[in-house]
Ligand binder design. Structure first.
Ligand code: FAD
Length: 346
């Protein structure tokens, strides 16, 4: 077990916020976790599970014991006539995993290319992009209970996936409650990649790429390349400008609420959902309130995409949270809609 006291976290969070972990343990296998749990001091101590740090805002030094997930490994569990089952360790970088599956002839995750972070975190907020969510390809995962040390397996229903949501985002208020946040650490995840492969081209950006390229029947590799190109053009690279991707979830309203808003704001961007509700583009709401390109302290709103908050250099987590709150207030005052943040504030 590798333990690092006073570990700097700036390179472990995509916002690039300066903070330290009082103690960081590199988790390279299940045994490292067992050693932590067996330790008389570390065992009962509060813990924070860290993947790639691309969906967190650090508001100060982290007092709980940081478990930095570095469990490696990718393997094909089963290659059947109707699907390939692939498993990856929690510490495998997500994009490397997507690339590996394509390189090895197992398409199905190409729409999720270039999402930062780790495989272990991908079920936590049910990552999604360009018409595909992790839940669409998910088979099961193994996790360890951080109190008892018991390893257990969850299927998709048990993960309770929702839009940027799962059982891992909810903390149990009392024993027996729904919710595994802070209680379980994901060790490895299995994905079911269906055969025959079918392209997912529902998103306008992908349709544009298809038209531009003149490719009528794209391969999974074409879609992967297009997704990488679209994302690189739209989103700031965290290595250059600190950020955590989309800072707010797209809110969902009833058709009546939507009609009421359209009467006042005819240009509002909205998407009818299969369940009858209407999804609004959070980026549009923020832009309409005049936030795009603004700076408050050392934090700001990205010039090209109002949904992305950025570190202009030297931002603290407090400054990011203050900016996020100011945005929430103005969107609420103008539209009556409460924006919900996507990243976890630590
Ligand atoms: C530029 C950019 C673009 C992005 N685009 C998208 C996008 O298109 N779609 C999307 O859905 N997200 C997107 N994100 C958000 C982010 O990439 C995902 O949420 C990603 O899954 C986070 O992974 P991570 O390993 O960095 O998690 P972290 O930020 O380290 O952790 C996030 C949460 O998951 C928990 N966690 C992490 N690992 C584990 C584990 N093994 N077991 C239990 N809990 C764990 C942490 O405790 C924390 O609560 C983007 C982020 C950036 C910076």
């Amino acid at each position: 077990m590798i333990v690092e006291p006073n570990a700097p976290l700036q390179s472990h969070n995509s916002f690039g916020i300066v903070a330290k972990a009082r103690e960081l343990v590199r988790v390279r296998g299940e045994q490292d976790l067992r050693d932590v749990l067996a330790d008389p001091e570390r065992g009962p101590a509060p813990k924070f599970v860290l993947g790639g740090g691309s969906n967190i805002v650090l508001t100060g030094d982290v007092r709980p014991l940081v478990l930095k997930m570095e469990i490696p490994g990718i393997r094909v569990v089963e290659d059947g006539p109707r699907a390939t089952l692939v498993e990856a360790g929690a510490g495998v970088p997500w994009h490397d995993f997507v690339t590996w599956t394509l390189d090895h002839g197992h398409p199905g995750l190409e729409n999720l290319a270039l999402i930062p972070g780790s495989v272990g975190a991908s079920p936590v907020q049910n990552v999604g992009a360009y018409g595909v969510e992790v839940q669409d390809r998910f088979e099961s995962l193994d996790a360890m209970d951080l109190v008892t040390g018991r390893v257990f397996t969850l299927d998709a229903a048990q993960c309770a996936f929702g839009y940027r949501d799962s059982v891992f985002k909810h903390a149990p208020a009392q024993e027996g409650d729904f919710g595994l946040a802070g209680r379980a650490v994901i060790l490895r995840v299995r994905f079911r990649l269906p055969k025959p492969w079918k392209p997912e081209l529902g998103y306008l950006d992908l349709q544009r790429k298809m038209a531009e390229s003149g490719v009528a029947q794209p391969t999974a590799r074409d879609i992967y390349d297009w997704v990488c190109a679209i994302r690189s053009a739209k989103l700031p690279d965290p290595k250059v400008i600190g950020n955590a991707g989309s800072f707010f979830k797209n809110p969902t309203v009833s058709p009546e609420q939507c009609a009421d808003i359209i009467a006042r704001e005819p240009n509002i961007v909205h998407y009818p959902m299969p369940d009858g509700s209407v999804k609004l583009a959070a980026g549009w709401l923020i832009d309409a309130c005049g936030w795009k390109g603004k700076t408050v302290g050392h934090a700001g709103v990205y010039e090209k995409q109002a949904l992305v908050l950025v570190n202009r250099g030297g931002a603290t987590g407090g400054e990011v949270v203050t900016l996020a709150k100011a945005i929430q207030t103005s969107v609420y005052e103008r539209f009556g809609i409460r924006l919900e943040p996507e990243p976890v504030v630590v």
